[in-house]
Design a protein around this ligand. Structure first.
Ligand code: PHE
Length: 374
């Protein structure tokens, strides 16, 4: 008996630790897999699943595989709140990845903050998102930088002096970018000659565009999402407006081209990456993504979904724990993480400092014009 007891104790210990060892670490993902911005959620998920395959093929983290529970918020902020509550309370996720749209990240972030579950937004760029609290992070740059980058490009490279704006009043991202763009244009000595708005879901922009045409601007800034952007470009051309339209990362979808057709040629937008970049990390990512998804070219959300999964796995590995506080602290101390979209250092405000790329649309595709360092 005396010899058997320690033996049994060791056996039980081994069984317990091996059962935890084998058990998956559960992470939640929420995004718009359906609804008005479905390409945002789908692309993010595709990138994330690619990273997940690669992480689990190498044995997962802390000796355990990672399992991701995916929830669709139907492109609606109220639904984002509901699904994130479900992920935390029912699925007991240790961390959450999402959302793309700033409005939906802003809706769900307080749920994560309150539960002390770290949330990592791959691509929400509005500054207010990470201001929700100490558990909220992002893997991308923020809009003061994005708005300024396009404004400086318009003033200095395109020589534009008179600018018009057409933005989405219902969208936190759009409202923010409008202001940051105006700030820099004004600082550069430029002038805002028209400032028009719309609401997501609108499809007739002729009244606003007619006013803009009368103001005779050198360019029009449209910080919106792809469905409205595509329609706005087409209607602008129909009204005889020939100056370039410019936008932000919300333009990044194949749908911009499908909806906007040849009207998007000659336009510019800022983005998180270009598939044409020469960096080896980008090349490796693009070819792995194409191999998994029938030759499809990844957009910015796909690469940021991929990077977010990697960043989260790295944080859990460094935390040596799946406790919310430990993962939070590890995310906060991320320095020089070699992500595919660029090196990520998380700053004191839980944002990533990264370069931005400027793209021009020509012959129905985007071409890399240049990048701006933070
Ligand atoms: N940055 C946008 C937002 O905050 C979302 C977005 C990211 C859209 C990347 C397209 C590509 O709302």
């Amino acid at each position: 008996m005396r010899r058997i007891v320690p033996f049994l104790a060791i056996l039980v210990g081994l069984l317990v630790s091996s059962s935890v060892r084998g058990q998956a670490i559960v992470i939640g993902e929420y995004g718009s897999l359906t609804g008005g911005t479905a390409t945002f959620g789908i692309s993010t998920d595709e990138g994330l699943q690619l990273a997940l395959d690669q992480i689990n093929a190498k044995g997962g983290v802390l000796g355990r595989p990672i399992k991701v529970v995916v929830e669709d918020d139907e492109s609606r902020p109220e639904e984002a709140v509901t699904v994130v509550q479900k992920l935390i309370n029912q699925n007991e996720v240790v961390a959450v990845i999402g959302e793309v749209a700033s409005t939906r990240s802003l809706a769900a972030a307080p749920v994560c903050q309150k539960a002390h579950i770290p949330m990592l937004s791959p691509s929400s760029t509005n500054p207010k998102v990470t201001q929700v609290g100490s558990y909220i992070f992002r893997a991308c740059f923020i809009d003061p930088f994005q708005g300024a980058a396009m404004a400086n490009f318009a003033s200095n490279k395109l020589g534009m002096k008179k600018l018009a704006i057409l933005y989405d009043v219902k969208n936190d991202y759009s409202v923010g970018l409008r202001q940051f763009f105006i700030d820099t244009i004004t600082k550069n000595g430029g002038q805002i000659v028209a400032d028009e708005s719309y609401g997501e879901g609108d499809f007739d922009f002729k009244a606003q565009l007619t006013k803009i045409r009368t103001a005779n601007p050198d360019g029009i800034y449209v910080p919106g999402y792809y469905t409205e952007v595509g329609l706005i470009c087409r209607q602008a051309r129909e009204l005889g407006i020939t100056v370039p339209l410019m936008g932000g990362d919300g333009w990044d979808s194949d749908k911009t081209f499908e909806i906007g057709r040849d009207a998007v040629n000659g336009c510019y937008f800022t983005n998180h990456y270009s598939p044409d970049e020469d960096r080896p990390e980008v090349k490796a990512f693009v070819s792995a993504y194409r191999a998994k998804y029938n030759g499809k070219t990844p957009d910015a959300m796909a690469i940021l979904g991929y990077d977010s999964m990697d960043l989260m796995a790295d944080a859990i590995r460094r935390a040596c724990s799946t406790k919310g506080k430990a993962i939070r602290d590890a995310l906060a101390s991320t320095r020089d993480f070699p992500a595919a979209s660029g090196t990520i250092t998380i700053d004191a405000h839980r944002n990533a400092q990264k370069p931005i790329v400027i793209l021009k649309i020509e012959n129905d595709k985007t071409t890399f014009v240049g990048s701006v360092q933070p």
